[in-house]
Design a protein around this ligand. Sequence first.
Ligand SMILES: Nc1ncnc2c1ncn2[C@@H]1O[C@H](COP(=O)(O)OP(=O)(O)OP(=O)(O)O)[C@@H](O)[C@H]1O
Ligand SMILES: [Mg+2]
Length: 284
Amino acid sequence: MTTFPGEANAAATTNQALQPPHMEASSSNAPAVMARDLVRVFGQKMAVNHLNLTVQRGEFYGFLGPNGAGKSTTIKMMVGLLRPTSGSVWVGGVDVWKDPIRAHSLMGVLPEVLNIYERLSGREFLVFAGHMYGIPAGDIRRRAEDLLQVLTLIDDADKLIVDYSVGMRKKIALAAALIHRPEVIFLDEPFEGIDPISSRVIRDILRELTQRGTTVFFSSHIMEVVERLCTRVGIINQGTLVAEGTLQELRERASGEEKDATLEDLFLTIVGARSEHQNLSWLE
Ligand SMILES: Nc1ncnc2c1ncn2[C@@H]1O[C@H](COP(=O)(O)OP(=O)(O)OP(=O)(O)O)[C@@H](O)[C@H]1O
Ligand SMILES: [Mg+2]
């Protein structure tokens, strides 16, 4: 792999924050994520429609779907941010809505809309996040410095988050989501607003985490990234999980596709967006 100047290769690091998670906290044989008959209704809108999904430990699961398909709604229900209308979700075998404190200790979350304390510096925010999870102060300090270093935020660590750029905010939120060494990390659009250098760093971190046994569940519109990283992909359309499998399995199931069809080809076929032509002739 070619590395360019200034491009950190997280896979080469052996920092403490990326050490394997504490597995004793969850029931060891349970899947990393399990959703059963998950439903969310907003008024007349069925945003998530009886969704069933299982992700095994160590999987790198990509969650795809067009705008408004229900990805963020699903993720929010999985992480305890939005109560399901009906259905259940377990993370590491723990029911997220019945035992939320235990479930939260097992997961790291990078939500679509970041909830960070902007009046803290990046370093202070990580220390705060570490204390929230009850991590010993010495470990917090070490892990925070590792994360700031790997995510190339070290030079801005003492700047207030309110003065961070979009990408820097996302990176500090990611660092905060990793500081307690979660078993499962949920990321909603982690690469949105991220430059190619940081994108590479985040990809390396996520890949390294899965190699160490952490499970990654993430949504993205960037097909090349999903294609490159994910062991399995789920596609949601209008609240329904319409396809799931490895890239190879999706190819086999999508009739009419070439055997070397890209994920983008498959995605467009599966969500039925292939033949939609807009007619904006009035623009001419
Ligand atoms: N708080 C809310 N109140 C009303 N409707 C909502 C709310 N949150 C989401 N919805 C609706 O639920 C549907 C699914 O939205 P969601 O945010 O889950 O989509 P998404 O797949 O994450 O899309 P995107 O790719 O644009 O982020 C949309 O029709 C949206 O308008
Ligand atoms: Mg979304």
